[in-house]
Design a protein around this ligand. Structure first.
Ligand SMILES: [Zn+2]
Length: 299
């Protein structure tokens, strides 16, 4: 009798210590509501009221979860003819005193033109960016909620980059301006263990190949993330190399941060007027969210 009781006590102690074996539950429906919320503001193109409103919403939401939220403001010039607007990177730190850190990031701006639209008349319209912008942010905001509810062993930094998507074709450096700015201004002592960038991960028809720059420069992190997907039986993460994409992770890789890009680049509505919430799904956001949570909580 005594022996059984002490075994039971050990179990109770273990269960209460917080070193949980099961990661917290990522809620795809909540994430999808955050995707829709961003789109309700309109296309979040720098310099527009929609951009300003969404910026305020994201800062307020993150302040509810993170220990510290700061911004990086810079002037961003883009388009033809060139226009200038204020751009804002939003940085949320969880457990900022911890040295052992992980970086999670996404871009929150929308492209100013639908230059890939099949209808030439629509090519001057801005992109709604349900997938290209809002999807990554939605997953990270839902993860922020989980980070507050159950802090993992390591500190986490969520960075939402602005000015990713206003570039000109053929000029890579005109893209990813927010992450270029971040890479130039981040403290030299900042060395997260790894980074995960989420971009275009909301497509209903989800299929995520490994991104080529990530494989080339941060292979162990790619393997870690795809292994987590495999453990969860999420077969939409295909363990084969797909496209090479100049995205926000490249300036970070150049700065020595092992950040990979999780991106589903086979999206027929990319940079068109059809990148709207109905092309995305809660199920896809949930799959990606569960993989990131698995990586964070079962390192
Ligand atoms: Zn884009």
């Amino acid at each position: 009798m005594k022996k059984i009781l002490s075994g039971f006590m050990v179990f109770i102690t273990f269960a209460a210590c917080g070193c949980a074996q099961n990661p917290p539950v990522f809620d795809g429906a909540r994430a999808f509501a955050i995707l829709e919320k961003q789109c309700e503001f309109g296309a979040r193109v720098p310099g527009t009221p929609a951009h300003q409103k969404c910026r305020d919403y994201l800062i307020t939401a993150l302040r509810g979860y993170a220990d510290q939220v700061t911004t990086q403001e810079f002037l961003h010039t883009f388009g033809k003819p060139p226009q200038s607007a204020r751009a804002t990177n939003i940085i949320a730190n969880f457990q900022p005193a911890r040295r052992d850190r992980v970086l999670l990031c996404a871009h929150w701006d929308c492209r100013h033109i639908c230059d890939e639209d099949p209808d030439p008349k629509k090519r001057t319209l801005p992109v709604m960016g349900a997938n290209d912008g809002a999807s990554g942010v939605a997953v990270l905001l839902e993860i922020a909620r989980l980070l507050k509810a159950r802090p993992p062993r390591q500190g986490v930094d969520i960075v939402l980059f602005d000015a990713e998507d206003q570039g000109m074709q053929g000029d890579d450096r005109s893209y990813a301006r927010g992450s270029q700015y971040f890479a130039r201004h981040v403290e030299p002592t900042y060395h997260p263990r790894y980074g995960i960038l989420l971009d275009m991960i909301g497509d209903k028809d989800l299929l995520i190949y490994q991104e080529a720059f990530s494989v080339q420069m941060a292979r162990p992190i790619v393997d870690k993330v795809w292994a987590a997907a495999q453990r969860l039986g999420i077969s939409e993460f295909v363990p084969q190399v797909g496209y090479a994409v100049f995205d926000d992770h490249v300036p970070l890789l150049e700065r020595g941060i092992a950040c990979i890009d999780v991106i589903d680049f086979d999206y027929p509505h990319w940079h068109t007027s059809h990148d709207t919430p109905d092309k995305c799904s809660a199920a896809s956001l949930e799959k990606v969210g569960r993989v990131v949570v698995e990586v964070l909580y079962n390192p």
